[in-house]
Ligand binder design. Sequence first.
Ligand SMILES: C[S@@+](CC[C@H](N)C(=O)[O-])C[C@H]1O[C@@H](n2cnc3c(N)ncnc32)[C@H](O)[C@@H]1O
Length: 322
Amino acid sequence: MPKDNGALQFWNYQVASEYKPGVDAVIAPGDCLETLRRLPAKFAKLIITSPPYNLGKAYEKVTDLDAYLGALDPIVDELARVISPEGSLCWQVGNYVEKGEVFPLDIFYYRLFKERGFKLRNRIIWHFEHGLHASKRFSGRYETLLWFTKGDTYTFNLDSVRVPSKYPGKTHFKGEKRGQPSGNPLGKNPSDIWRIVTHDFETALWNIPNVKANHPEKTIHPCQFPIELVERCVLALTDEGDWVFDPFSGVGSALLAALKNKRKAFGCEKDEEYVRVAHQRIADLASGKLRYRHLGKPVHQPTGREKVAQVPLEWLTREAGG
Ligand SMILES: C[S@@+](CC[C@H](N)C(=O)[O-])C[C@H]1O[C@@H](n2cnc3c(N)ncnc32)[C@H](O)[C@@H]1O
């Protein structure tokens, strides 16, 4: 891999380890707060991340909720400084669970951003089908993505993320436009529930499978972003050439979503191994080898003929025997 101006060159991508306006991407190893303090004000059009959830994953140490949120405070101060006035911040979180009690993290985070003048535009429910089965409460099958903007004027390219309408043939039933098509030929607004897609086309819900063992994007990271989840935000909330910033970038899923769509990508990650994997994934994207789920690809639906989709014989015999 030839080096150029201190940046790594992956085919057509130049990847630096600190902010340089001319490069395509930056992966800054180490603590994001230290990196953030060196970054220029207002440079990021989109900040998108899934922060550590305090769940005791391999990369985090569990602390009590107040200490956890307190540690985020100076980081949020810096995020408010580096975001562009027309910029957006997308904060994706699940639940923190302590002794069986659920603390919905987005409710706690809302205050952190609101206090710094951010305005909530959507609380997006990201629904997925798979996960652990709870025994003392209902199994958790969604996470939330809080979309804030810094101001009242912000980039929102709805047309680039419209989904096909369920009934494109609908017409106005009265008035001057009676009989004319009432929908938008580009499709409809994808709404704030992102279920993917038995068919985006049929349901117009965004149901993006989370990245688990049999997902094409799976790496060593225990909880990656699906690239397509980030892509929707990148396409809607930025323009080509804008900077997309992920302060907790892990194996670089947000960076890939940005680069894939001709945006500049900046990530911070404290774990060296995840940084290495992120570099590899960028190299794979550049060489066309990266495996990823395509945005809007339908989720596999069992036909009912697969063995796993059938009721086990033992259950049927038990029912028959009373
Ligand atoms: C939920 S994961 C993000 C995964 C990422 N969205 C992806 O697709 O790979 C959070 C990441 O933040 C990293 N991290 C935690 N604290 C950090 C800090 N202070 N500075 C930089 N990275 C940090 C962890 O190592 C972990 O990889």
